[in-house]
Design a protein around this ligand. Structure first.
Ligand code: FAD
Length: 429
């Protein structure tokens, strides 16, 4: 099997990756109980949980493990589902929403458990703060604090005034909501740790092995340019990078690009002023801004999207423009890195899980919530493959409407919709 290097994108995460893994390219044919397509959190977690149940597993990754969004994201690992519980109750009813909450809580617990069990060093820390610049959003935080405490026994704290300034390190927000059940981490080191764990469990990982297609026979034959895997079960874990591989699913998701910058390391006092409790923070905008400190004291600030195949030519200034209104004191701070990645959103911002004939499981469209839900997806897929699909089906029952216009025409509608929301972010109250 030939080995070949291809690079992770240039980013703060790549510069601080704590291991370098190198897996061969698939050459020739092989058999496995399960073939996982995609080497991000969803694919790696599927591979780990399947291998632990005794299945032989091959994982095929087009580039490098952790090359996709899993190696580039903000590292926020937030409790619950992507949509708030009050909205979920409206969408699927109270009982089903409670099942979704339980899974959302378990998703963060699963991340923590994998990190602990496999000794993954990825700067794991606790605590998440949401902040609102508009009074209407702050009023919703206040109501949501009550709703979660009385309905779910979940402890979040509403803040404003000096309490909020002390926690957020800025006076640009009028309300906040803090809780310490969420976590944050170094996303690429988490992905690489999962890959090392899968490798240790006997998963055969192939990099630079793009799947070109698979047939609908049993066992399924999964083809790359260099070889073919015959497997009874297939897991599709490509999220925003799915492309045309599976047209039966592609129309349910919309790939979009999001961007992050890393400042130079801040002096200890500046770190304390910017993020006194070392939390992950995000705002209430539709095109969300999110930030946290890195282990070496940089501000990692994410925000801004585009919907084309190209990233902005100057990502650093594209994102810096969003950071400075919140932290004007960083105007003279150097920006050392800027990078982007592609994620997948769905119409209702809840992921789509499902199963296609003959035995192809998929989980994607995490809509910016995939650190934990992608990890959970792997666990639920392994359960379903093993014959217990109740919990997978809770996720699979979520409505997942296709984008109007399908894969060809979804772009104009999305761009118009996003522009509308961007204007509301700017001018609405
Ligand atoms: C800039 C940015 C910031 C984000 N911030 C957060 C955050 O703070 N918190 C959060 O929870 N989520 C965040 N997300 C989203 C999160 O990163 C994703 O939801 C998550 O990583 C999805 O994991 P995945 O394994 O499903 O997909 P990915 O990590 O994207 O992996 C998919 C893999 O499939 C491979 N692939 C695709 N096609 C093929 C093929 N034909 N053959 C073989 N392999 C293939 C790709 O090469 C890729 O490596 C962010 C995303 C971005 C881009």
């Amino acid at each position: 099997m030939a080995r070949q290097q291809s690079a992770h994108p240039d980013s703060y995460y790549t510069a601080t990756a704590n291991r370098s893994l190198d897996f061969p390219r698939l050459q020739g044919d092989a058999q496995a109980d399960a073939c996982v397509i995609g080497g991000g959190y969803t694919g790696l977690s599927s591979a780990i949980h399947l291998a632990e149940r005794g299945y032989s597993v091959v994982l095929l990754e087009a580039e490098r493990v952790g090359w996709g969004a899993s190696g580039r994201n903000g590292g926020h690992c937030s409790i619950g589902q992507r949509q708030p519980q009050d909205e979920l109750e409206g969408l699927v009813g109270r009982e089903e929403a409670r099942r979704l909450w339980a899974l959302g809580v378990e998703s963060v617990a699963t991340v923590r458990e994998l990190i602990e069990r496999f000794g993954i060093e990825c700067d794991l820390k606790d605590g998440c703060l949401q902040v609102a610049a508009k009074r209407s959003d702050a009023a919703w935080y206040r109501r949501y604090e009550d709703f979660m405490r009385s309905g779910y026994g979940f402890d979040m704290r509403y803040l404003e005034g000096d309490d909020l300034v002390h926690l957020a390190g800025t006076d640009k927000f009028v309300g906040g909501l803090v809780e310490y059940a969420s976590a944050h981490l170094h996303p690429l080191n988490y992905a690489l740790g999962l890959a090392a764990a899968a490798d240790g469990l006997g998963v055969r990982i192939f990099e630079q092995s793009r799947v070109e297609g698979y047939d609908r026979s049993r066992p399924t034959r999964v083809r790359t340019a260099g070889g073919c895997i015959s497997a009874d079960h297939v897991v599709l874990a490509c999220n925003g990078y799915l492309g045309k591989l599976e047209p039966r699913v592609a129309g349910k998701i919309m790939p979009l690009n999001n961007f992050i910058i890393a400042t130079e390391p801040l002096a200890p006092e500046a770190q304390r002023q910017t993020n006194p409790r070392d939390l992950c923070v995000y705002d209430a905008k539709f095109v969300v801004n999110y930030w946290k400190l890195s282990a070496d004291g940089r501000l990692l600030f994410g925000g801004g999207e585009n919907y084309t195949r190209r990233f902005p030519s100057d990502i650093r200034s594209f994102v810096r423009k969003r950071m400075l209104p919140i932290y004007p004191q960083l105007a003279d701070t150097r920006i050392d890195y800027g990078w982007g990645g592609t994620l997948a959103v769905t119409m209702n911002r809840m992921p789509c899980f499902g199963r296609l004939e003959p035995d192809v499981y998929y989980a994607l469209g995490f809509s910016g919530h995939g650190v934990q839900i992608g990890t959970l997806a792997g666990k639920l897929i392994a359960e379903a493959v093993a014959g217990t699909a109740e919990r997978f089906d809770v996720m699979a029952r979520l409505p997942s409407p296709a984008f109007p216009g399908g894969t060809l025409l979804r772009w104009p509608g999305l761009v118009l919709g996003m522009l509308y929301h961007a204007l509301r972010d700017r001018f609405g109250d």
